[in-house]
Structure formats: C-alpha cells, structure tokens
Design a protein around this ligand. Sequence first.
Ligand code: ADP
Ligand code: MG
Length: 631
Amino acid sequence: MGKIRLLNDSMIGKIAAGEVVERPVSAVKELVENSLDADASAVTVEIREGGLSYLRVTDNGCGIDESDIRLAFERHATSKITKEQDLFSIQTLGFRGEALASISAVSHVVMTTRTALRDTGVKVVNEGGRILKIEEAACTVGTTILVTDLFFNTPVRKGFLKKDSTEASAVHEIMSQFVLSRPDVSFRLISNGKTMLHSPGDGQLASAALTIFGAKAMKSMRFVEGHSSGIMLKGYIGTGENARGNRGQEYFFINGRMMHSQLLSSAVENACRERVMIGKFPVCALHIQIAFEAVDVNVHPNKLEVRFRDESAVSEAVQSLVLEALKDTDALSKPVEMQLTPDTVNNYIQPVPSSADLRDALKHTTAHAFVTTDVSAVPPIQADRNRSESAAFREASEMKPFIRPVTDFDLGKAQPADDGLSVKKDCEKAEQMDTILRDLPKQIRIFGALFNTYILAEYDNQLIMIDQHAVHERLLFDRLMEEHSSQHNGQELLIPIIISVSSKEQQLIEENRGVFESIGLVMERFGEHDIAVRTIPVVLGETQTADFVREAIDEIEKHRTVTFESKRDAILQTACKHAVKGGEALTEDQLRSLLNDMIEKHVTPTCPHGRPLVVSVSKREIEKKFKRIQD
Ligand code: ADP
Ligand code: MG
C-alpha cells in the first residue's frame, strides 16, 4: 500500500498561512501594504491584546469590486501583476496574492469594501478560509478588514506567541516604519483603545519623523539632504542625547521600501562616531533614492536585505552626506535639554504630537537645515555662520595655542584627576569672572564655574552649563585634525623618549607606521626591546608621551581590522585625552578663549567621545519648578 497522499485544501491553507502569517504583526504588515497598494491616503490600525483577539485595518483606498470578492480570498490571486514580465518591475508592495487567503485561513475575517463606482459596498464573512456570507452593506469608499481570533484553528502557532505587550510593540514598530516610509499617508495606530501613533500624512518627512521620534528629539535632530555618486539622500539624524543602546531606530528606506543594511548602518555610524558615545547608536530616518539597477533587493516579504552594486561608492556617499549635515551643528544653539520635572513620556511610545509641537519642532529643525535663509531670526553670534569656509579656516589657524602657563587665577585646579568632583572652598571668583565676561558676546552671561567644572551661564532664555573639560577636548581634537589635514609634522623632541615594548608591539608599530606618522608621531626601533619616539603631535605635552604611546598601541591592537581613518581617529582621540590631562588647570585667559572658540568656531556639540558640551535648562522649566507657571 502506498503512503503518499495529496493534502486537502484546508491543510494546504494552514501550511501556507504559517509562512505568511507568523504573528499578528505579519498580518498587520500585509493588510497595511494592501491599503497602500490601493492608494489609500489614510490607514487606521486598531489592535486589542497585541492583535490576537482583535485586529482591524481601515483604509480609504480604491476598494474591491463585488465581482472580485471571491478571487481576492483565493490563493495566488492578485490584481497587481498580469504577465511574467511584470515580475521584474514591481511597483506595488504585494504581488503574490497570498495574504488575504493566508490570514483568513487562520482566523475569522469580516471585510467591508466599496469602490467609488458603486453606491453601496459589500460585506464578506470568512471563517478559517471559507466564505460564509457575502451581502450588501452601507459603507464609504475603501476597505475595512476585521480579523478576530487569530490562530484559533492552529493552537500550536498560538502557543509560540510572545506576551501581548511584545506583539503590540512589534505592531508599533512596523507602523513606525510605515509612517517614516510614507509621509504622504496618515497612519493611526490604536492599541487597547488608546491612540499610540497618528501621523498627519501631510507629505512632510519632518512631520513623519516628529510622530516617531517626538518633539524633544526632533529639536536636536539634523536634516540631511543631498546627492552623491548616483544616490539621493534625505532624512533626519539624531546623535548625542538622542543616541540609543541598539540599532532599533536606524531606519533606512531604499526607493521607498524599509530595508536593513549593515553597509548603511556602518556608513552612518562612522559619520556619527564623534557624536555618539561608545556603545550607543545614532537614530535616523533616511530615504535613499537609487537607480533600480544599482540595487539588488530581495523582495521576500520577511527578508528586507539589500545589496548594492557598488558598495564602497554608496558607503562613501552616505557617510560624506551625513558628515556634511552634522558639520555645522552648534553647541550653543542645540544644547542638551535637561528637564527638572519628571519626564512622563514613555521613551518607546511617543505621544501623538499636537500641531503646536509640530510647528515648534519644525521651526527648530528646518532653521538649521537651511541656515542661510533667515539670518535675522538667528541670534547674533550665529549670524556669521554664513561666512566663507576659508575665512573660518584663516581665523582658526591664527588662533593662539591653547595651553599656556598656569596663573594664580585657576578656575580648574581641581581637574582632571577628580574631574571637578571636589568643590573648591575659596570663592575669589565672581569678580574675576567679570573680566572673562567682558570679551564674550553680549548674549551670553556667565555666573561662574560649578564644581570647578561646569561653566554656568544665561543664554537665550536658558540656563546653560558648559563642561569645560569636554569643550577643551573637542577644541584640541579639532586642532589635531586641522594639523593633520594640513600635513603638520608634529614637534620634534630634542631628546628622544625611549619606551620599552614587546616584540609583538614592535611589529604593530611597524605595520602601522603610516597611521602614526599621519598624526605627527614618529617612532623608530631602538634595540631589541625599545623604541625611540622622535616626534610627537604638537598638542601633546612631553610628559604625557609615554602613556600616550602605550595607549595608542593598545588602540591599534583593538582596531586591527578597521580602516586607516578609524585607526587614525582612535589615536587622535587618545592624543586628545592625554593632552587634556597634560594641560593642567585652565587659566583665566584659557577659559575665556575656550568659550570664545566654542562660540566662534561653531564646534561640534560633543567631545570626541560623544559626551555633550552644553546642557541647558529652559527658563520655562525653572518657572515650572518654582510654580510660577503651570505645566
Ligand atoms: P496581493 O496583495 O499580493 O495581490 P492579497 O492576498 O494581499 O494579495 O490581496 C489580493 C487582492 O485583493 C489584491 O491584489 C487586491 O486586488 C485586493 N485587495 C486586498 N486588500 C485590498 C485593499 N485594502 N484595498 C483594495 N484592494 C485590496
Ligand atoms: Mg497583499
């Protein structure tokens, strides 16, 4: 007796459904994609208990004609492709004709739908893949699909699902991707009766990004726009305080489709390296337009991987465009905002933004994206941001060296060993502070240094705190980079410094000679176990040399496989750290020039390791705390 038997339709249906509908979120994804393919401009998703007991998708798309109803629920029935050729130029999100069949095979479905050509709509009831009823129904143009009791007939699948809240966050996540991918569509997500997301659908990427990242983050996010090497890039990027502990909020859309790409992640992370603390990741929503033939997109619904024909060109283009966008970030115009009142907003689920939020966030983000337009609206110290690059470079190169002899006036004596944690008792200082103030731009009023570390000032209706060590480090780093790019050869030591190293370290130095020399560090083999350091980076004090060289070798060891640039940057950061240590306390003059430089050079608002330079508390926050105004 033979053992092989044909499967019946119900079993075929369940097996196929398992591939398409793994979890509630897969059903949401399929149904929303159908709505988008139907040209909807508004899509509402409502879920209860993570979508398992109740999941409804409503759209105002083209609807399904009565005559197509039965076919729509058939497997491999689609209106989206007609000939084989179409497979190679797919413009729609779906085309396999499996979603409705698969979802209905494992749930109860009620669909109401109407096209613009008909006066009335149709209501269809489908249970476990069988159409039970089709009747006339009064409804507006568009489609509503209600899915209840998902996996009622596949209990094993149901058993594998995670907690309701996990399923709900997965739905939230996919809806966030839809919002960012289609700013022209208004999406709404309601979970257990609560509106979790609502995007305006006004076609502005800024509004979509605001919906996902929230008003607070948007104020400090940067707008990226430009083209290079055949790609067009547009979007928002957040670093510093906005950075996250994982890559979950790095969103890439290639020709409108959400995609994951290690290559793009690395390009963006490289560009943000100095602005994001180690172990953190930037947040971004970046749209990339690229010729279809330049990408290989695996359009399997669950595999959103993309491959590029010319990987290095794409990587370099993205990196340089993001860098460019981050370049003129200004520490004073975008300080990290500190809230004195508790933050009641859950980080993951953003509140629905009000139109006031929207206006406010857009005002901030666009003002910095298009700095050249309205100079009158920008405070005077920023007004000269339009001066030419060469003028800025000239000024920079004329600047006095940073480290000078220590004087009696010694605001920063406590640094850096205890990094300002010990409070200096004698206050001679308010008066002398006044002298510092004289030369600073009028808009900034300085009160003193808190814990000998944070300069306190009033600026633009905010109390600002400036981390003097971090600013110092940033300025040194920028100087090192400048010296590096102008082929500065470092300072030659009168007497070489001899450092003993292992043979493995000797070899590492040998292999990376180019990297070391590029920053002005020249070393030679000196006997079997020693090296002689002949030239060191200009900013580095001699006393710090041995420690610096050791750490630089460690860095190289850690970054063995990375590019020349990454190795170089790692060493530059190390040099900075040691230069700050070696620089001892800041004098009055130094403090003054520190702030002046920070303002005039529009330095990057983080130290080279990603710590913020300036933290602000708004006047409003303070007034709230003193109960002068209500929340
Ligand atoms: P596919 O999307 O791959 O074509 P589906 O099973 O998802 O397959 O849908 C089958 C067909 O039903 C679609 O081709 C489309 O014609 C129609 N359809 C499904 N959902 C909608 C909707 N929300 N609005 C209009 N038509 C829809
Ligand atoms: Mg579909």
